[in-house]
Design a binder for this molecule. Structure first.
Ligand SMILES: Cc1ncc(COP(=O)(O)O)c(C=O)c1O
Length: 459
């Protein structure tokens, strides 16, 4: 067996002749990560998850503000330098003569469709590139024909904007929307049964998250899709937090449509998303912006949005390459390792309650939710920021059209660039809160500790 660490010898064998500093200057982050991944290729993802020398290479690929500890990566994530620099390059290029270069880049981006489809397991003709999950989801939510009385079954813990989209159709066209509630954490069997029991003769659509943006509750997508298909129901899945976070293939989910934010876990520049639509279903969804009839069964009809920054989309290619250089299995194993590193010591305290499934087989990777009995989570989040400069997001249920749930938690989401020191500081801060309490000042906490940032908008 190979040594348990990416040894200094292996590192020097790879980088030795040039000298590490000179090598770093000469190579892009991507080449370094590919070399680092090659050096650990024979070891399991779980072993590499604990190899700090390997993850140091990943950390160095980003320009971050390390004066703050960012444990709210569920919002949107920093993109690696290699992807950010490519945005500037494509911007410069297009800006030289937009009428000429924009069209060239737009055609070339077809290669990214092919690569995305190959990586995430679908036909390229099923993969539309969009600006984020909101756009992807609303294309299919607003694009499906429904008449007054038709029913959509979704959950109270789906994303607020997506719930608002169905609410608007309810007001505008008289469709019915049934929102299911569920406890957290729960089992996939429980979620299946809740949907199965809720079906009525009017049910036309199932809409749910692959994992929620709150506690990262995992849904049984394939089972629910099969159930839906057997009853003539369309399945629309919100995969904003799933793709690029943990490994799976889109075609294996068997759903009809699946929307994603690529600026979350794929670490693409902000303004990237994708929409998978099962081939036979493409003609069943109208695009948000009108397309000619000849495009009825063409996935590209969902992308026709007029002039937009192609540089952002072109840079998705580098973000994808970065993801592939780490490898989906290694990334998921590291995210799980980081989560268990804070959750395991904290869950021993009787007042600490975990709201995410931490057991095996893995259902939780880089997003988990926790609370401390007797402490309002808004006060806790403010304390973590004020005293320790740690950013987390407090989850508190709202009223329709927002998410409605009866628990409180802080959501903790590290990412591949998070250091063990940062995780351990979070554990220390939570232990401090447990032992000493936190200042209760709900009014201030409600406004949020980050000036100008509305808590409710950062989940
Ligand atoms: C579950 C879920 N769906 C949809 C979205 C919207 O994504 P975007 O802001 O990329 O449009 C988010 C964003 O946080 C989300 O968490």
């Amino acid at each position: 067996m190979k040594s348990a660490m990416w040894s200094r010898r292996a590192f020097l064998r790879t980088f030795g002749a040039l000298g590490v500093a000179a090598y770093a200057a000469k190579t892009s982050g991507l080449e370094r990560i590919e070399a680092a991944s090659q050096a650990v290729a024979e070891r399991s993802a779980e072993e590499v998850a604990k190899d700090e020398l390997y993850w140091r290479e990943i950390q160095l690929a980003f320009k971050l503000d390390r004066t703050l500890i960012n444990l709210n990566n569920g919002f949107t994530c920093p993109t690696p330098r290699v992807a950010l620099e490519s945005v500037w390059r494509y911007m410069d290029m297009i800006n030289m003569l937009p009428v000429y270069y924009q069209g060239i880049i737009a055609r070339n981006v077809e290669t990214i469709r092919l690569r995305m489809a190959a990586e995430f397991g679908c036909d390229p003709e099923e993969m539309a590139l969009t600006r984020g999950a909101s756009e992807s989801m609303q294309i299919v939510q607003n694009g499906i024909d429904l008449k007054a009385g038709d029913e959509v079954i979704t959950t109270e813990q789906d994303y607020p904007r997506m719930l608002t989209t169905w609410d608007q159709r309810m007001r505008r066209e008289g469709i019915q929307v049934t929102r299911l509630q569920f406890p957290v954490p729960t089992t996939q069997g429980d979620l299946y049964q809740r949907f199965e029991k809720a079906i009525t003769p009017q049910t036309k659509v199932f809409h749910f998250c692959h994992i929620t943006n709150l506690t990262a509750q995992l849904f049984p997508v394939q089972r629910l899709s099969r159930l839906a298909r057997s009853r003539g129901i369309v399945t629309i899945v919100d995969g904003a937090h799933a793709l690029g976070h943990f490994p799976f293939k889109l075609r294996d989910l068997e759903c009809d449509a699946y929307g994603v934010s690529l600026h979350k876990w794929l670490l693409a520049p902000i303004g990237n998303g994708c929409l998978y639509v099962r081939r036979e279903m493409i003609p069943k969804f109208w695009p948000l912006q009108a397309a000619p009839e000849r495009q009825d069964d063409d996935i590209r009809k969902f992308e026709a949005i007029g002039t937009h920054p192609w540089a952002i989309r072109a840079a998705l290619g580098e973000a994808l390459a970065f993801h592939q250089a780490i490898g989906a299995e290694r990334k998921a194993a590291r995210l799980r390792y980081l989560t268990l590193r804070w959750a395991n010591p904290l869950k021993k305290y009787p007042r600490v309650k975990m709201l995410s499934n931490l057991g095996e087989p893995a259902e939780t990777w880089g997003v988990a939710a926790v609370n401390i009995e007797g402490i309002d989570v808004r006060d806790l989040a403010k304390f973590l920021m004020d005293k320790y400069r740690i950013i987390v997001v407090p989850l508190v249920g709202g009223a329709p059209p927002n998410q409605v749930f009866d628990y409180q938690a802080i959501r903790v989401s590290p990412n591949v660039y998070t250091t063990l020191e940062e995780i351990d500081t979070f554990v220390m801060a939570m232990e401090d809160a447990l032992k000493e309490g936190v200042p209760a000042n709900l009014a201030a906490a409600r406004r949020g500790p980050i000036e100008g940032v509305d808590w409710a908008s950062i989940i």
